[in-house]
Design a protein around this ligand. Structure first.
Ligand SMILES: [Zn+2]
Length: 202
């Protein structure tokens, strides 16, 4: 696993342990508060989310049609959209790159590596391994898009996020298969959004 992804994985696992016991869908509000995210500002903005360091912690900015600043504790993370939940988890992962004084940690990854690592962290926060094991069930294996959709619905994430996460977890897989999801873009082009492969397809 690349260096920064490895660091984010460890930080995500540590945070999940601090917030145990957990169940699906993950209570991101609890995780955010633990990381010092005191407020969430919903507002129209050109990107999905951002994080800001303020005097007493962090403020997460989230794309929304209406403007509203709320204490994190007032946000029911299970009521957010699937896309907002991913953004929220991504912004929580950004806090892993600050030290205790909320200064950017050193060394710091390049912006591109940072964003990729935070997506990686978001997948881990939304889909902890032990809860996936429970969801799949003892003795069963992850082997169908239906299963991906069931997990996505229980965890309140997209099927693409489930596939990306499951792709790394070989212990849940058995047979030879490839599950892919595609999205048709506005210009008619088709992009691959999720890939989970096993066996001969690896
Ligand atoms: Zn980011």
């Amino acid at each position: 696993m690349p260096f920064w992804q490895g660091r984010v994985s460890l930080a995500a696992e540590h945070l999940l342990r601090q917030c145990a016991p957990l169940r699906l869908p993950i209570d991101l509000t609890r995780l955010a508060i633990k990381q010092g995210i005191a407020q969430i500002r919903f507002r129209p903005m050109p990107c999905d989310g951002a994080i800001e360091v303020v005097a007493d912690g962090f403020v997460v900015h989230m794309q929304s049609t209406k403007e509203q600043l709320v204490p994190t504790s007032a946000v029911d993370s299970s009521a957010l959209s699937v896309r907002q939940r991913f953004t929220f988890a991504h912004e929580i992962s950004h806090t892993f790159f600050y030290d205790a004084a909320r200064q950017p940690c050193k060394p710091h990854p390049t912006p591109r590596l940072l964003e990729g690592s935070c997506n990686h962290g978001a997948q881990r926060l939304l889909l902890p391994e032990h809860l996936l094991a429970r969801e799949i069930g003892t003795g069963r294996r992850f082997d169908s898009i239906e299963m991906a959709l069931d997990i996505a619905s229980a965890a309140r994430v997209s099927a693409e996020v489930v596939l990306q996460r499951m792709d790394e977890l070989d212990q849940f897989k058995e047979t030879d298969y490839a599950i892919l999801t595609f999205r048709k873009q506005d210009d008619g082009g088709i992009v691959t959004t999720g890939v989970c492969i096993n066996g001969v397809f690896r």
